[in-house]
Design a protein around this ligand. Structure first.
Ligand SMILES: Nc1ncnc2c1ncn2[C@@H]1O[C@H](COP(=O)(O)OP(=O)(O)OP(=O)(O)O)[C@@H](O)[C@H]1O
Length: 235
């Protein structure tokens, strides 16, 4: 079976700086894969390169076998890649209801069912449905941001460090929700929080200095404390 998303020897740059210097990742349909690495390793840049927000110099990115390099971001999104950025990307001056509504490509029955699904998954959003996004807590904003990606028929969702800035108890709730989401959605998860990555993903890729330096199953990584220390500094 062809991978759903495949990046090969990806090199990308911002201005004069080459940031990614050879990232290769393969994700199959139905998988939950974690992208791990220290601060500044290039994880966010990798997601932004996939979305066409950072320029590719060489290498390839394919969705379902079709190249997406050089396409505008809106087209990449429409091809079925949902992106949940680090800074949430929600509209502060709009309500939860409106934030979800403008994220929807359609208002057909399947989309409205997906909206109901996310409201069941995140009951906080249901309670605060008519409230402005700016009144939400960090955790609730994260839930809204993830929900905005889930209301559409996406092939894969890229989630950038959802645990950032959240209290441990909120991260635990988020881990349960992401695990539930992973039953029906392919996920690429960038995480520094090792426990959250372990709770959600089955496989991982490790990035260091803009390159993929390791890959394997999360189970292998949990058992390899030396590798955790080397690349994540978690122990
Ligand atoms: N706009 C920019 N101009 C120049 N360099 C940048 C820019 N954005 C990011 N970088 C550099 O690219 C490298 C990778 O950054 P990136 O944000 O992708 O790392 P990361 O692995 O996501 O780290 P973190 O977990 O801290 O967000 C870093 O060295 C960073 O300083």
């Amino acid at each position: 079976m062809n991978p759903l998303l495949k990046a090969e020897d990806l090199v990308s740059y911002i201005g004069l700086y080459t940031i990614l210097q050879g990232v290769s990742v393969e994700i199959h349909q139905g998988e939950a894969v974690a992208l791990l690495g220290r601060n500044g390793a290039g994880k966010t840049t990798f997601l932004r390169t996939i979305m066409g927000l950072v320029n590719t110099r060489s290498g390839s990115i394919k969705l379902d076998g079709e190249s997406i390099v050089g396409k505008p971001t809106y087209e990449i999104a429409k091809m079925g890649i949902g992106y949940v950025p680090e800074d949430y990307g929600v509209f502060d001056e709009l309500t939860i209801e409106e934030n979800l509504k403008i994220a929807m490509w359609k208002e057909d029955k399947p989309t409205l069912e997906k909206r109901d699904y996310v409201l069941d998954l995140f009951p906080d959003l249901k309670v605060a449905y008519k409230r402005l996004a700016k009144t939400l807590s960090g955790g609730q904003r994260q839930m809204l941001s993830i929900s905005r990606a889930l209301v559409n028929e996406n092939k894969i969702i890229l989630i950038d460090e959802p645990s950032k800035g959240l209290a441990p108890v909120v991260i635990e709730r988020l881990a349960l929700a992401l695990k539930e989401i992973s039953k029906s959605t392919t996920i690429l998860l960038v995480e520094q929080n090792f426990a959250l990555a372990c709770a959600v993903a089955e496989r991982y890729y490790m990035i260091d200095e803009g390159k993929t330096v390791d890959e394997g199953t999360i189970k292998e990584l949990i058992e390899d404390t030396e590798l955790q220390r080397k690349h994540l500094g978690v122990i």
